[in-house]
Design a protein around this ligand. Structure first.
Ligand code: ADE
Length: 270
């Protein structure tokens, strides 16, 4: 996969040289290039922002440096690469609190692409016409990390590149670890423990020492249900409860949920 990141703070992306993503780059699994937006300005002061039409606080990023930068990186598209869902265009991800929410499902979608471009906005954002213009050359996806405001897109790009990069074949040593993690099945992950089995008067749950793999799998599943119900009940709205075994229905009943038409419904008295 090829990834281009355009930012006025290219140094901000230095952590992508570390750990699994850094190794993936060294191993040639990921070709990641970071570009300084100011390199695409033409004035002496290398200006990237200006005051907003209509007034208001803050500055807006000027369109032309973005058009120059995005034209240059679009040309760097890998040749002969497979072309999945994005109609033959690279995907342009514009981090913004006004974007679509980035999820594990989207990370999986993006991991199928051959070329991702991230445009890091700063200040009040990028002139909206850039996104309209870019739609001729890219599949444009404004993307939010969550319902809070960062100072710019760089931190969001660090998170998204890591979430996508670790899904690329060969990046994570044991691909099985990708299967049983939070959000892979619409639930939060079960709690994990390691040695010693007793630590500061706290024992590891006995079932995990039992060697009974069926029981352990069931306990872990029920812990996923409990955690998700406690911390992220919103995720259970989407959970397909149609084919749950009886023991799992009972586990949900104990948490205050009934299964109705394949969906979990929280009992009003629970
Ligand atoms: N830029 C500023 N805030 C952001 C957020 N929540 N997600 C993605 N990009 C952002």
């Amino acid at each position: 996969m090829r990834i281009d990141v355009v930012s006025i703070f290219p140094e901000y992306l230095a952590p992508l040289e570390l750990s699994l993503i850094g190794k993936a780059r060294q191993d040639g699994l990921l070709d990641l290039q970071v570009h300084d937006l100011r390199a695409f300005t033409t004035d002496r002061h290398r200006t990237v922002d200006d005051t907003p039409y209509g007034g208001g606080a803050g500055m807006v990023m000027k369109p032309e440096p973005w058009a120059q930068a995005l034209t240059a990186v679009a040309a760097a598209r890998p040749v002969g690469a497979a072309v999945p869902g994005s109609a033959g265009k690279p995907v342009l991800i514009v981090p913004s609190p006004a974007g679509e929410r980035f999820t594990q499902a989207i990370a999986h979608e993006l991991a199928e692409e051959d070329h991702l471009v991230f445009a890091c906005g700063r200040y009040e954002g990028i002139d909206e016409r850039v996104l309209e213009w870019a739609a001729d050359h890219f599949t444009v996806r404004p993307m939010s990390l969550g319902d809070y405001v960062l100072n710019g897109g760089e931190v969001a790009v660090l998170a998204m590149v890591e979430a996508v990069g670790r899904l690329l074949p060969g990046v994570v040593g044991n691909p099985e670890s990708l299967v049983e993690e939070s959000h892979s099945d619409g639930l939060l992950e079960y709690p994990v423990y390691t040695k010693p089995s007793s630590w500061r008067d706290r024992d590891v749950p006995a079932v995990l020492l039992s060697g009974n793999h069926g029981k352990i799998a069931q306990w872990r599943r029920h812990e996923q249900y409990r955690r998700t119900a406690e911390r992220r009940p919103d995720l259970l709205d989407e959970f397909d409860a149609g084919a749950l075994p009886r023991a799992d229905r009972t586990a949900f009943a104990d948490l205050g949920y009934d299964v109705v038409d394949g969906h979990l419904l929280r009992r009003p008295d629970a």
